[in-house]
Every structure is written in structure tokens, then in C-alpha cells.
Design a protein around this ligand. Structure first.
Ligand code: GCO
Length: 261
């Protein structure tokens, strides 16, 4: 028996149209899962579905905003009718706004909390109904370094991702008795469009991250696939409420002076 085989499983990845969501979706599909992708931008969805198709994966797309509970409920129902049950939910959709707390508007703060924290709550609450009926399911919340650490200019994002870590533990506590495992993945610093503004050559943050990461590099989106497959598969059936940090060792260390090898 292959503990990591996802044949016959249907995985819904929010924001699976690009970046880390796409890389995790690809990993799950390679392990045998059928993909259900959600997004909010039609052109990105079209491109993503083309890409999945070119790889030979079965993937269907649904356009809705995870913060809109009514639209989310309607779409989950539609997915059930059109495709069937969701066995794996990856709450990946997220946004960041890099603004200092002294000047950040309350509206911006609220929006980040809404997408990054309330969205996963809405989606989990909707999908868990089928999981409870089946007495089986996997929910994976995409956390962050900012679930553990602070940094200038990301107060809303850190508050949301810290909250998502605790939401993960709480949902794991409530639903473990139904054989549903709720866990998180905490990516370190990855080369995606989200980090592009702070990754450009010459940006002090670029050098800082490479120096701060024991593996001495940015993560590549594919680096996340293994953790996603593990937390989506039978291999993790007694793993509940954990956050697996895939960070090249950042959280293991205090860091080092920039002149030290
Ligand atoms: C930042 C943010 C994000 C990171 C991330 C790290 O420092 O600006 O934290 O850009 O991508 O989520 O895990």
C-alpha cells in the first residue's frame, strides 16, 4: 500500500490559479488527486486550467471570492452536484498589504483579515459538512513565517496568519473525532509573485532573507508539494493540529551576522 497515494481523491485548492497554490495543486495531482481550483480572476483561471490540462491532470475551475459566504456556499453545492465530494481542502488563497501600522487604514487591515483568516473559516465550515458525513477528510491551512514571527509593515498579515494557526488547532480539536485532520503548512520565504516586490535584485530584503535562511536560498514553489501530499494523504491520519514549516530552517535559528559564513 502506498501511504501517499491520492487516487480517487478530489482536492479543492483556493487560489490554486498561481503561485504556491498552483505548486501544491500540481503535487496533489501528481499523487493522483483530481483538482478543483477556485480563484477570482477569469483570465488567470483560464491560464491555470490550460496549464493543468497540459500536464494531463483533471482540473475544474470555479470563480468566487472565499470571503463571500453566500457565493462560497452556492459554489460548494454546485461542486458537489457537478463533481462530487471534496476529500481534501487546501485553504491557500491569501493577500498581503505591506503598510506600517501607524498609517494603515482600518479598511485595509480588515480586508487582509477577511481573506486570510475569515475565508478559511468559511470554506472549512462549508466543506466539513460532507467530511463529517463521510467520517473522513483533510483540511490544510496555508500559514506563514508570520504565524510565528513579526516584521515591520505586515501587522494585518501576521495577525491573520497567527490567527490561522490557532484556527487550525481549534478546528483540529473539534473535528478530530470525525476522522478529519486539520493541519497547516507554514511556508518560509518563497519565490512567488507575492514576494516579487521584496525579492528584486538590490532590495535589502533579498539579501537579508538569503542570509537569514540556513538553506541560503528562497524556496521554490515545488518545495511545498511534499508537505501538501503528506498532509492530504493516509500518511498523516493521526497528525492533528500541526503546522509543518517548510522554511529552509528559518524558525530553527536566531540568524547570523551578515559577514559570517
Ligand atoms: C513579508 C511576508 C510575506 C512572506 C511570507 C513568509 O514578510 O512581506 O511575510 O511576503 O511571503 O508569508 O512566510
Amino acid at each position: 500500500m502506498n501511504l501517499f497515494d491520492l487516487t480517487g481523491k478530489r482536492a479543492l485548492i483556493t487560489g490554486g490559479t498561481h503561485g504556491l497554490g498552483m505548486a501544491m495543486a500540481e503535487g496533489l495531482a501528481q499523487a493522483g488527486a483530481e483538482l478543483v481550483i477556485t480563484g477570482t480572476t477569469p483570465s488567470k483561471m483560464e491560464e491555470a486550467l490550460q496549464y493543468y490540462k497540459s500536464k494531463g491532470f483533471k482540473a475544474t475551475g470555479y470563480l468566487f471570492d472565499v470571503t463571500n459566504e453566500k457565493a462560497a456556499a452556492e459554489n460548494i453545492e454546485l461542486i458537489s452536484k457537478e463533481l462530487g465530494d471534496i476529500h481534501i481542502l487546501v485553504n491557500n488563497a491569501g493577500i498581503i498589504k505591506r503598510e506600517l501600522a501607524t498609517t494603515m487604514s482600518v479598511a485595509d487591515f480588515r480586508q487582509v483579515i477577511d481573506v486570510d483568516l475569515v475565508g478559511p473559516f468559511i470554506m472549512s465550515q462549508l466543506v466539513v459538512k460532507q467530511m463529517i458525513e463521510r467520517q473522513e477528510g483533510k483540511i490544510i491551512n496555508i500559514c506563514s513565517m508570520m504565524s510565528e514571527l513579526g516584521r515591520n509593515s505586515v501587522s494585518a498579515y501576521a495577525a491573520a496568519k497567527g490567527g490561522l494557526k490557532m484556527l487550525t488547532r481549534n478546528l483540529a480539536t473539534e473535528w478530530a473525532k470525525h476522522n478529519i485532520q486539520v493541519n497547516g503548512i507554514g511556508p518560509g520565504y518563497f519565490a512567488t509573485s507575492q514576494t516579487e516586490p521584496i525579492r528584486v535584485d538590490g532590495h535589502p530584503f533579498n539579501e537579508f532573507i538569503i542570509n537569514r535562511t540556513p538553506a541560503a536560498r528562497w524556496g521554490n514553489p515545488e518545495d511545498l508539494a511534499g508537505a501538501a501530499v503528506f498532509l492530504a494523504s493516509k500518511a498523516s491520519d493521526f497528525v492533528n493540529g500541526q503546522i509543518v514549516y517548510v522554511d529552509g530552517g528559518i524558525l530553527a535559528t536566531i540568524g547570523k551576522p551578515s559577514n559570517e559564513n
